[in-house]
Design a protein around this ligand. Structure first.
Ligand SMILES: NC(=O)c1ccc[n+]([C@@H]2O[C@H](COP(=O)([O-])OP(=O)(O)OC[C@H]3O[C@@H](n4cnc5c(N)ncnc54)[C@H](OP(=O)(O)O)[C@@H]3O)[C@@H](O)[C@H]2O)c1
Length: 133
């Protein structure tokens, strides 16, 4: 893989979400929720097939950066969620993905909202099940 592609994917998927969180967290209620779009492909434990190397690495990096963020804010009443939405038909997911945006997004939102009032960081799928780190 080229260094340029690696850098661009890492900056887009790992660094930039953290910049957004650091920049806008002051607008989130003290007991509010910060949800971050991760991916099941960011799971190290579930990676037995490989593929999409840079994408996987960028989401694993995002997860790690969020763990650092959550550790820095361990006294926060806020809930932090890394979401693994599943394989969804989008420009990124492609036409073979089993779920539409219309099917997936309400579940994602439901799971996120259910975490309000639960401080700490969780890595969850759209059914609310924990994803192995
Ligand atoms: N689809 C899936 O199966 C799936 C699974 C797991 C996780 N996710 C995650 O869900 C999120 C949304 O993905 P999606 O499937 O909805 O993909 P998508 O339809 O391809 O949309 C990607 C979005 O990201 C924007 N974007 C891309 N590069 C950017 C950059 N450098 N700076 C600012 N914006 C940028 C695009 O903007 P433009 O339209 O302006 O280019 C577009 O709005 C991503 O974080 C993805 O990793 C998706």
């Amino acid at each position: 893989m080229s260094t340029d592609v690696f850098n661009r994917v890492m900056v887009t998927n790992a660094l930039s979400p953290m910049h957004v969180i650091e920049g806008l967290q002051g607008l989130v209620a003290a007991d509010g929720l910060i949800g971050v779009m991760s991916s099941g492909q960011g799971s190290l434990g579930n990676n037995i097939r490989g593929g999409n190397d840079v994408y996987r690495a960028s989401k694993a990096a995002l997860n790690q950066l969020m763990r650092c963020h959550a550790a820095r804010h361990a006294d926060d009443a806020r809930a932090f969620v890394l979401m693994a939405p599943g394989w969804i038909r989008t420009a990124l997911g492609g036409s073979n993905a089993p779920f539409s945006v219309e099917e997936a997004v309400p579940k994602v939102v439901e799971v996120l909202l259910a975490q309000r009032g639960r401080p700490g960081l969780q890595f969850l799928d759209r059914e609310g099940q924990p994803v192995p780190w």
